[in-house]
Design a protein around this ligand. Structure first.
Ligand code: PLP
Length: 413
């Protein structure tokens, strides 16, 4: 800072500024910046593109966009829906979301007061965290966790507290949840079906969590973005549908995955009207609104696609899951078989002779070099020192690309 500027300041302010300069503050990153790491998922995508690999790292989901959804967005652009929308989203989409939620989950939702259309589930989570938490508050989440949940909380100086799931079958130990609660705990994040483990929380587990949430007066933040990717006998149940949980549950979901439109950025929050106002305020500050023509395209899809579409989506992905599980086994890995979502965590134990490196990040790079298949280091989903034997593979790919990846993986041995 120039000396003359300092001279123009009130003496007590100038003194403070000079003290800061003496500390060497000046140009530089915020205190938080070095701690918020670049996502390992994005890093592997860059690496995969560089070597022309098959990217099973990022959940980009490049399957076809349903015709009605694509046509709806194109028509909306031509019809002039290209300006800001209301901060809570277009009425047509809020109504479609409320109707679908009642039809599929049995939850009665007021589209005027309890639904907020957001810039993806990512935008939902950020705005919700800004509206509900203060610096130093603690929020529980289950490990393995989705990195953006942790990163977003940290970026707001909220403390993420990991509660470990049983690595054999990702079951939940409620005593561990209780043990993690402190006077600063404000919420529990439930991602069901989960990324990366593909865990679908059972009714019993959700009822147990609900009891804890009531006992300690906690919010439950759900991330249900994979609600339609459910396999075998698993059933998706929203924590908001558990008796007595509506008021304290903030439901977050979106259409990135269901309609294969990850780049459109359309998600939503369903919550009690008491919370929606403040969440909408912060969402407006961050994003203003979700993209207008894409809100229309998605609304057309939610209105016109029913049970058959969602059941077909699940079946299609179940068969992709089978393809990749078989290839990973043939490659010598031990895959955890997911009940939902579209990722597989696979153990690389025993493959030390073919995959170089001590850490999962090194092994992911070695796998890419040897097979041209990109996966994400399992350690990205755990606290430091854990998940080093795991790699995460995404199977939401076009069949021909997945088949190519499977063929390459089988060549590992
Ligand atoms: N939540 C989870 C658990 C995810 O895995 C992802 C994407 O990978 C997202 C949210 C992102 O959703 P959106 O594209 O709606 O922001």
């Amino acid at each position: 800072m120039k000396h003359s500027v300092i001279l123009d300041m009130r003496p007590e302010v100038a003194k403070m500024v000079q003290a800061e300069i003496a500390k060497g503050r000046g140009l530089g990153l915020s205190e938080l910046a070095p701690r918020v790491m670049q996502s390992e998922i994005r890093a592997m995508t860059v690496e995969s593109d560089r070597v022309g690999g098959v990217n099973l790292a990022q959940g980009v989901c490049d399957t076809e966009v349903p015709q009605v959804v694509a046509d709806g967005a194109i028509a909306a652009i031509r019809d002039g829906h290209n300006i800001y929308t209301r901060l809570d989203g277009i009425q047509r989409l809020r109504r479609a979301i409320a109707e679908k939620t009642e039809r599929m989950q049995g939850l009665v939702v007021d589209p005027e007061r309890e639904v907020l259309v957001t810039s993806g589930a990512t935008g939902s989570f950020h705005a919700v965290a800004m509206a509900l938490f203060d610096q130093g508050d603690e929020v529980l989440l289950f490990e393995p966790f989705y990195g953006y949940h942790v990163g977003t909380l940290r970026s707001l100086r909220v403390v993420p507290v990991a509660v470990e799931l049983d690595s054999r079958d990702w079951s939940l130990d409620l005593d561990r949840v209780r043990a993690a609660i402190t006077p600063r705990t404000r919420a529990i994040v439930v991602n069901t079906p989960s990324n990366p483990a593909g865990k679908v929380f059972t009714r019993q587990e959700l009822e147990g969590l609900a009891q804890i949430a009531r006992e300690f007066d906690l919010f439950v933040l759900t991330d249900e973005i994979y609600e339609h990717f459910i396999y075998g006998d698993a059933k998706h149940l929203s924590p908001a549908a558990i008796d007595g949980m509506r008021e304290r549950t903030i439901v977050m979901s979106g259409f990135s995955k269901t309609f294969s439109v990850t780049g459109w950025r359309i998600g939503y929050v369903i919550a009690d009207a008491k919370w929606i106002g403040a969440i909408g305020y912060f969402h407006d500050l961050l994003y203003v609104c979700a993209p207008s023509p894409f809100q229309h395209g998605v609304a057309a899809g939610v209105e016109q696609l029913g049970k058959t579409f969602y059941a077909g989506l699940a079946l299609e992905h179940e068969s992709k899951r089978e393809m990749l599980v078989a290839a990973l086994k043939d490659a010598g890995m031990t895959p955890h078989i997911p009940d939902g979502a579209y990722y597989i965590l696979a153990s690389t134990k025993g493959l030390e002779h073919v995959l170089n490196g001590e850490t999962a990040a090194q092994r992911a790079r070695s796998l890419l070099a040897k097979t041209g298949v990109a996966a994400v280091a399992g350690s990205a989903f755990f606290r430091a020192g854990k998940g080093e034997d795991l790699l995460r593979f995404c199977f939401a790919k076009k069949d021909e690309d997945l088949a190519d990846a499977c063929r390459r993986l089988r060549g590992l041995r």
